[in-house]
Design a protein around this ligand. Structure first.
Ligand SMILES: [Zn+2]
Length: 265
């Protein structure tokens, strides 16, 4: 089993200048092909961006490099794009879902509440969906039934009925209605992609060069910003990290720290 850590979009905030963030995606080799966790922006977002994507890209001074798309990185690793059989989404905000169009044959796994949210977005945070990203009618796999079985005290949904790969949606709602973490069982333990449900609280240092520092509002957001942006899951995740940090590796969408460490191993 091999897991590739991908940066599918570098963000260089205009304030404060000199800081940097990423869109963190994972590519997992499974028995019958590849599984992707989130997609970042896709080829069409850079070639033919919607007005919303244009604003997003401009405000974060993104390089819009096709080399940062998941599709390019999959092909660079020697795979074909239709080797990606499953895409598991933490949520469907536009900076996570643009690449869906680059893998039109993949099964796209989402929590039922997230699917509901894109049909009828409500409130500020649910404005950041871009319906163009699913205008091609993906092969949605909409997950509703939550397992009663515990995953370290969290409810969870087993995504694949494949004994070779244990991947679960962990409901961490709040950032969006159906936002989930994605847990992947690895030979060493578990890898938990927390999406936008938290910030890299589990690190006490900056990203390693050449990555630039994360903005303070990502690294240690004030409580009001944390509640309004990422939701209310961080205390539970901190407790999980305290109790089981040796069994679970945490990452989240803007965690350029973990991402930077792979180049220094
Ligand atoms: Zn988001």
């Amino acid at each position: 089993m091999k897991i590739y850590h991908l940066n599918c979009g570098t963000m260089n905030p205009r304030y404060p200048r000199g800081t940097q963030s990423i869109i963190y995606c994972l590519l997992v080799e499974a028995n019958d092909g590849l599984l992707l966790v989130d997609t970042g922006f896709g080829v069409q977002d850079y070639k033919n961006p919607s007005w919303f994507t244009k604003i997003f890209i401009a405000s974060l001074d993104m390089p819009c490099s096709l080399e940062e798309t998941a599709m390019y990185q999959v092909e660079k690793l020697g795979y074909a794009r239709n080797d990606v059989k499953h895409i598991v989404m933490t949520h469907l905000h536009s900076d996570h879902s643009g690449g869906l169009r680059d893998f039109p044959d993949a099964h796209v796994h989402v929590h039922a509440l997230e699917y509901e949210a894109i049909q009828s977005p409500k409130g500020f945070k649910e404005r950041f969906y871009d319906a163009e990203h699913w205008a091609h009618s993906p092969n949605w796999v909409i997950h509703k039934k939550e397992e009663t079985e515990d995953w370290f005290g969290f409810r969870n949904i087993r995504v694949l009925n494949d004994n070779s790969l244990d991947v679960r949606l962990i409901p961490l709602h709040g950032h969006t209605r159906g936002h989930c973490g994605v847990a992947i069982k690895t030979p060493e333990g578990w890898l938990l992609h927390c999406g936008d449900a938290t910030f890299p609280f589990y690190h006490d240092h900056e990203p390693l060069p050449p990555m630039k520092p994360l903005p303070n509002y990502v690294m240690s957001p004030p409580k009001w910003l944390e509640r309004s942006l990422v939701g209310e899951n961080t205390p539970r995740l901190k407790e999980l990290h305290e109790k089981h940090g040796d069994e679970i590796q945490f990452i989240c969408s803007n965690d350029s720290i973990t991402y930077s460490m792979q180049f220094h191993e």
